[in-house]
Design a protein around this ligand. Structure first.
Ligand SMILES: [Zn+2]
Length: 263
């Protein structure tokens, strides 16, 4: 059986047969593909660690008739931080699901591979904005990020106040056009700024303030709506990721309350 070597990230892993695992790999050279890790669930298997979700590794794969077969693996980054908390696992699972849905089988996409790798490092290191940055970059990469500089209907460039997300217009509307179109989905300027800086991949532009979690949550909602419109199907994990973010908001709200309460 011919074989090949590729860097890959495990985007899904499930039990298969007696002791095997069926992996979905997002590979650098060949894009997304499925592979069998034989006996990976046996305690002494050398494939055991590398067949966990979110691990980045160098895989040697044999070309099988239907599924490729994992021969050897060398772990490059286990992203161990992801396993430290439930919320990080939700975020990583959500990102992996998006990649699996947004990618074509066996269509290499180096940008998406690197974006996924960077995002998993960010989640593993506890970066709160990693998922939102990921979604913004991915939409931009797919060429479906709406224009943020002007109203999608009247073309006004200097929009003041809230803007409104209108999926029927594939973009954002000024308040006047939103009223005319009977669309009322107000998005604060702060959220628009987050979308703008994340779209440009501006790492230096840190989001700050007491309401960061709320603004990030709103930005996340906008991006999820755009991704869902792109796929026209729902994500199973967005509910859990949303819940994880809600816990962050509660934490921030408590901090604000503690700060403003008289001593
Ligand atoms: Zn307008």
């Amino acid at each position: 059986m011919p074989s090949y070597v590729t860097d890959a990230i495990v985007t899904a892993s499930r039990r298969y047969g007696e002791a095997d695992k069926l992996l979905v790999l997002f590979t650098l050279e060949k894009g997304r593909l499925s592979a069998i890790a034989k006996s990976a669930r046996k305690p002494k298997s050398s494939l055991r660690g590398a067949s966990e979700s979110f691990v980045r590794a160098k895989f040697e794969l044999a070309v099988g008739r239907t599924l490729d077969i994992v021969r050897q693996v060398e772990i490059l980054d286990p992203h161990l931080g992801i396993r430290e908390s439930w919320r990080r696992l939700q975020f990583a699972g959500h990102v992996a699901e998006i990649v699996n849905k947004m990618s074509e089988e066996r269509m290499p996409d180096e940008f998406q591979y690197n974006l996924l790798s960077d995002t998993l490092v960010g989640i593993s290191n506890g970066r709160d904005d990693a998922v939102v940055r990921f979604k913004a970059s991915l939409l931009d990469h797919m060429g479906v990020f709406p224009d943020l500089s002007a109203c999608a209907k009247c073309g006004t460039e200097r929009v003041t106040g809230d803007v409104h997300l209108a999926m029927t217009s594939h973009g954002f509307l000024c308040s006047e056009c939103a009223k005319d179109s009977q669309v009322w989905h107000p998005i604060p300027m702060k959220v628009l700024h987050i979308l703008h800086s994340f779209r440009n991949g501006d790492e230096t532009d840190r989001v700050e303030g007491d309401d960061v979690a709320e603004a990030l949550g709103q930005a996340d909602d906008v991006l999820t709506t755009l991704l869902q419109a792109f796929l026209q199907q729902g994500f199973k994990t967005s509910g859990a990721a949303k819940h994880a973010r809600k816990l962050d908001q509660d934490r921030d709200n408590n901090n604000v309350r503690n700060k403003t309460e008289p001593q």
